[in-house]
Design a protein around this ligand. Sequence first.
Ligand SMILES: [Fe+2]
Length: 291
Amino acid sequence: MSLHSTSSLNAGVGLRLPHILEVATTRPAVSWLEIHPENFLANPHATELLVDLAREYPVSVHTVGISIGSARGIDRAHLARVRSLIDRLDPFLVSGHLAWSTHEGEYLNDLLPLPYDEETLDLLARHIDEVQGELARPYLVENPSCYVGFGASRMKETEFLAELVARTGCRLLCDVSNVHVSSINLDYDPYAYLDELPVDAVGEFHLGGFLVEADADDASAEVLIDTHSVPISDIALDLYDYALARFGPQPTLIEWDSDLPDFAALLAEATRADAVKRRVLYREKRYAAAG
Ligand SMILES: [Fe+2]
């Protein structure tokens, strides 16, 4: 898939196992699909359906089990399993989180954050080199949703990501909802965050729903929880508008992972995102015409 055709894609949706039979049977009008390889590696029947779908739909592979931040190193057996699936799907994007999710061989449900310092930078750059070497393609690193800052951090997340790009040639997956969630939880300006990311490095957007809960430590404060269980908020779509204007129309994914609705509801969310993209492209065209 060429870069031109990638940027002209409408929003895609995450394909989760409860929807795979429906999608395989009905072939809905969706621009592209993103999968978590970890859902398919132990499910040969679902994998065969997915390989068949990949002949018709562009597919992106979003790993949640390659712990590029693990001090114990990458799980090479897992990476080899992901590579064997990638070889069959030929995805147009492969991505993962700026986080670690394994500890002493156990896979943890939550993606755990990292301190942003030189030591972590060296570790992640080595691991990203290893992943990109094994997969023989660029890896997109996603900004996390954060709930507490690390006291040990010596640089901003945006500086850390920019340095990873410079050292490894990786690209960035900008999860716009994560930027909003973290900006509220850690009290920073989400628009300034987007301004600080290297403009040519962003190759994908995510949009996911979050919940607002009372802060257990401060009854007057709220904490946003990145649950991927509800529709995209309007405030995240406003930030998405800004991200599109800055980074251009990169492939955009609707993420919905728990309290999964009908597949049609995911398509409706994709339509909302596409409306924002049309508005931004029209506005940019008018600005360009006005000189
Ligand atoms: Fe995401």
